[in-house]
Each structure stands twice: as C-alpha cells, then as structure tokens.
Design a protein around this ligand. Sequence first.
Ligand SMILES: NC(=O)C1=CN([C@@H]2O[C@H](COP(=O)(O)OP(=O)(O)OC[C@H]3O[C@@H](n4cnc5c(N)ncnc54)[C@H](O)[C@@H]3O)[C@@H](O)[C@H]2O)C=CC1
Ligand SMILES: CC(=O)C(=O)O
Ligand SMILES: [Mg+2]
Length: 550
Amino acid sequence: MVYSGPANLHYVTNPLLNKGTAFSLQEREQLGLMGLLPPHIETLETQLDRAYAAFEREETPLDKHVYLRGLQDDNEVLFYALLVRHLSEMMPIIYTPVVGDACKQFSEIYDHPRGLIIPFPERDRIDEMLDNAILPSVEAIVVTDGERILGLGDQGAGGMGIPIGKLSLYTAAGGINPSVTLPVVLDAGTNNQERLEDPLYIGWRHERISGDEYFEFVDLFVQAVMRKWPDVLLQFEDFAQQHAAPLLARYRDQLCTFNDDIQGTAAVTAGTLLAASNVTGVSLKDATIAFLGAGSAGVGIAEQLVQLMVRQGLSETEARGRIYLVDRNGLLTDAMTDLLPFQKQLVQPVDKVAGWAEGNISLLDVINNAKPNILVGVSGQAGLFSEAIIRAMADHTEHPVVLPLSNPTSRIEAVPADILRWSDGCALVATGSPFDPVTIAGNIHHIAQCNNSYIFPGMGLGVLAAGARRVTDGMFMAAAEALAALSPAKSDRTASLLPDVSDICEVSKAIAFAVGQQAQLDGVAPNTTEYDLKAAIDAKFWTPHYEEIA
Ligand SMILES: NC(=O)C1=CN([C@@H]2O[C@H](COP(=O)(O)OP(=O)(O)OC[C@H]3O[C@@H](n4cnc5c(N)ncnc54)[C@H](O)[C@@H]3O)[C@@H](O)[C@H]2O)C=CC1
Ligand SMILES: CC(=O)C(=O)O
Ligand SMILES: [Mg+2]
C-alpha cells in the first residue's frame, strides 16, 4: 500500500509552507490544522525569540549548526528571519568555519533530505531525479562533487553541506527566494578512506571515478539541467583542481554558469586589493604580488589581477611579470614540465629568477628577491606563513597586504594576531574565515573576511534580476569594483577593508546593479534603464515573511 498522507499535513511538514504556531485561526480552519498546533497564535517575532533562545542553549558550534539546519528543514521563513537578524553571529555557523565540520560529520548528523544527491550508478535517471526535486521552478543551483571541500579535501557526499550553506547565503545575503534554490551533490564516489569505512556514510561507497567517465557524468547532469531549467544559474563549488578549470571552460558559453572558487574568489580578492591600495597608496599597477598555492583560487585571482593591472595601464606581459605563484614544488617557472594547462600562463621565465635559489625557489626566496607588497595564501595548508615570511614581507614594504584566504580556520596560513605581531602592526590583513579584531600597541585592527560570500549572492541577484544568459569576466570585474567602492577603509584608513557582514544585503544589491549593467554592456542581458534594473533588483529581493495561505 502506498501511503500518501492527508493533504493538510503538507502545510506543517513542507518547510517552505510551514508557519508553525504562526498559522492564523482562519488558516488552521481552512487547511485542516485544528488540534495539530498549540492554541496560542504567535507572531514571527515571538517565534524568533524562542528560536534564538534555543540556538543559544546549544553548546558547541556544531550543535548550533545542527539546530539551525533543523530549523531550516522545519520552517524556512523562520530560519531566514533568524539568520538575517543575527547574520554576523550565525554566518560562521552555517558557513565557514563550522560548515567544514558539518561536511566531515555529514553522515553522523544527517537528518532530513534536502536537495539532490545524484550517485554515479544512477546516472541514466538524472531527468527523473530533477523532476523529483519537488520545487515548482529552480533558478539557482549550487553543485559540488565533494572532492575539494574548503581546505579539507575529499568529503564525498558529505560535501552537500557546502551547496546548502552557499544557497542559504544566496537567500540571506542575496535575497533569492529559497523556493527557487537547489543544492546538488554529484556523487562520483570518494577516495577518503575514513568515509568509505564509516558504517554511517551516506554516499556511494566506491572509489572516485575519473577521466572520461567522470566528465561524461558531469555532462549528463549539465545537459539534464539545461533541458529542464534552461535559464538556471549553475554555480560550481569545491571541485578539485584537475576538474574545476576544464569544467568552467567547457560550460561557460553553453549556459549561465560560473565557478565560485575561481571567479568569485578572484572578484572578492580583487575588490579587497583595490580597497587596500587606497590605504597603502600603492596602486595595483605598481604592486608585486606573491601567492602560496597555484590552484583554482590562486590562478583565478592571479588572472583577474592581470586584467586589473592591464586596465591600469600595464601591458599583459608586464602584469604577468609582477605576479609570482608558489606551489608545492616552488615558484612556477617556464622550466616546469608538469604544470596544468590553466597554470601555464602564470610562470616566470627561468632566466629571470636564476640565482634566487639552488633548487626549487621557495616563497621566502620570492619575497627576498621580488620584494612583493602583497601576499595571498590559497594553499589550504595551515601555518605556512611563518614568522620569517611575514618579517621578510615587512622588511621590504611599509604596509604589506597579507591575505591568508584558506578555509576553514584550521587551514589558515597564519592567524591575524601573529601576522600583525610579526609585522609590528604594519600589515593590512584580510582572511577567508572570520576573525575578531586584533589590538596591537593600543590600535585596533579590523580583520575583513575576504571570502567569495561577498560576491556570489550579489552575482546571483544581478544575474537573475537582469535576466542574464551568461556570466562574463566583465561581470566579475564589475562586482570587484562595486565591492571596493563600498570599502569602509576608503574614508577611514583604520577601518576594515570590506564592509561589515551585517551590511551584506546592501553590498549584494550594489553588486547586483553593477553586474546587471555589465551584463547589458556585454550583450548577455536585455537592455533596460538604470531605473528599471534597480526596480528589478528590489522586486527580486526576497525577505523572510509569512504569506497568507488561506
Ligand atoms: N576565501 C575564499 O573566498 C576562498 C578560499 N579558498 C580556499 O583556498 C584554498 C585552496 O583552494 P583551491 O585553490 O580551490 O584548491 P586547489 O586544490 O585547486 O589549490 C591548492 C593549491 O595549493 C597547493 N599546495 C598545497 N600544499 C602546498 C604547500 N605546502 N606549498 C605550496 N602550495 C601548496 C596545491 O598543490 C594546489 O595547487 C582552500 O583552503 C579553500 O578553502 C578557496 C576559494 C575561496
Ligand atoms: C569560500 C570557498 O568557496 C572555499 O573556501 O572553498
Ligand atoms: Mg568553495
């Protein structure tokens, strides 16, 4: 016998419809909810007070994460109203750093289905699975295959925590209605032995597929998405280095898509560095930049900085000559034969760096010889910005800009307090995960969170409000410049480089406007007046509130 359940239960079990104690008497009568709910009818405000008290009672950050995820699966309006009200406090719980623990322990804390997990063995049934998504229409998808979750490596199907967290920010920070968002995991297996041996592991227990088989699997998914929702915005997230760039290259001209780790990270870093140059007085065209980590994020950022330097007057060759990428085997040079295609444009000529070191050229060698004023960490490895590295940066430049961007907090290249101590308070610091301000010699240093979460919610809002058909490089440049224009450090050199997280909705709207205008200029969105674009953004921006059902 198939049990379909009475229709009335739908209203209290579907998180997009459930209002809990806030159902009015009329709704309770008409929807058949009498007796299912306690008699006192509450406002959203009262529900928020109760929910916040419950959140506070949870002891560990992961407990708080589990509580919030439970609330999201129960009542989305209440979840988002709570999140928006306490965004600075709760963003680190639903996003980095705590989402990292949630991904590692996803199978242990698993409770409710959310989004789609598409296992490789079921790849012939992807159309059916998209039909099962039970959403009337989908406008934004975040997809991962779980292979490079933050700096935590392969988490298999547990990577689902990331699309859920990112899409929560699409809504809380970017005003995208949660009913049109869909988190997806392409479960291509896992090479994480601990997960494979975990009796509770929820994913496909198989080593990862690779090569053509892998790319064909992703392609089956993308083609099915294009058939069902041709106008959808598809964000790729936390794919491993060998897949991220090829997938972006393959799909960016086929549908409205971007890779957040490559492009979103590039835009937030470019925006942060534009803001920093106002403080240091060194414009990007005069900057020299060193990277630790030449993966998706490192190369993505470097390529956008090349574009920015060219806009400021350098030739492309001059710009590339000012950017030094150091990976596991040292500085990338044109003598290296094992580089991935996307890294090859960012090598230094071996003649130029001859004599810098006996063997591989280390980050310290680069700092001592090239004397960069900007240092970016995207290695996913903790502690690699040693005291010697930071002191060498500070020896060569008055205000070194140091961005240890690796997530979560456990993977950061150096913590802000150390960077500021080792540089005698002279460094400008922004980090991937959130940090409290640091006081050195009585001066308070605000630590901006240089995370793509400042970009993708506004990018999503701009794309959807403007009706963009593609996501162009120009749209990311527009987002970076819009972000830099809002930097508090523009008017107060001691302030944070980026706006406060509590202002992120306004940031997203400004980015959306810049992105929408650029999409029109690039010919990928219908032309409108500025007034109409602004109106479309405001109309699209969903804020948590209960709709009358009956
Ligand atoms: N703040 C933000 O918004 C973002 C931060 N990230 C973080 O950046 C990190 C890297 O992400 P992806 O570039 O996507 O990963 P990836 O795996 O593509 O690149 C990491 C690179 O670091 C290199 N690496 C590892 N150990 C190293 C060492 N000891 N010395 C030098 N290089 C080393 C690897 O060989 C690889 O090329 C992650 O921790 C991620 O969480 C990524 C995207 C956005
Ligand atoms: C922030 C982000 O996208 C990452 O660390 O992968
Ligand atoms: Mg990511």
